[in-house]
Design a protein around this ligand. Sequence first.
Ligand SMILES: [Zn+2]
Length: 268
Amino acid sequence: MKKIAKNVYAETNYRGCNPGFVVTSAGVVMIDTPQMPTDAVKWREIIAKHGSVKYVINTEPHGDHYTGNYYFKGTVVAHEGTRQAILASNIDQMKERMRKTAPAEYALMKRFRFRPPTITLTKEMTLYVGDHTFKLINLPGHTPYQVAVYIPEEKTIFTSDNVFYKVPPWFQQAMPYEWLESLKRMEDMEIEVVVPGHGEVCDAGYFPEMRACVQEWVDTVNDTIKQGLALEEAINKVTILDRYQLDPEMRKMLLRFNVGRLYQVLKK
Ligand SMILES: [Zn+2]
């Protein structure tokens, strides 16, 4: 765990997303929760030293950001689309997977349930907690339901998976053009510290680089469409992932997700 601003902490080494929290004069506000139960319990112990949890904000509808909600108190806040995704996710399937692959994790899941948000937003919302302001802004991109959490007093933003810092981006539900716009919007804000959804904490200088990354994927898949390639051929042709250290199975799956989604969106 790192202290990244005066009252802000984040963890970039857990499996799953980068969870963080802000210590306010009226309690702790968490941004996302650890995916793995053993990490969630460790995170809970760390946070307990800073106060009790008032709010848990989930930045997006993917399980690596909200599965850990169960292990924390506090009112859960997220986009309405994230609430719907949580309500639709299959708890038995997830527990069964954990039972088979991660017995130590499963041991902490006896009474596990998902904890969906009880307060939702669709566009923007501001939470005032103690002396801190939390601006929750829907910035579509990685999915339609991404929520950036901007804390002006700390000049810090939690971007959700609209920013992947030097790790492969995921496009499985992406809105590529909106994603580029959302990154531009963040570039115009007064930000010193950027907590990406995945990868190391960075600064606002990374936004243009992330925009170039999204644009490169869009251009590459667009080229395959212009060349008249079928989806399967396009998947075999795209080499962008070769620059990352990736397990071959993961590489195959991610290519299928990313090229599949972009091909479908861009062909229209
Ligand atoms: Zn995601």
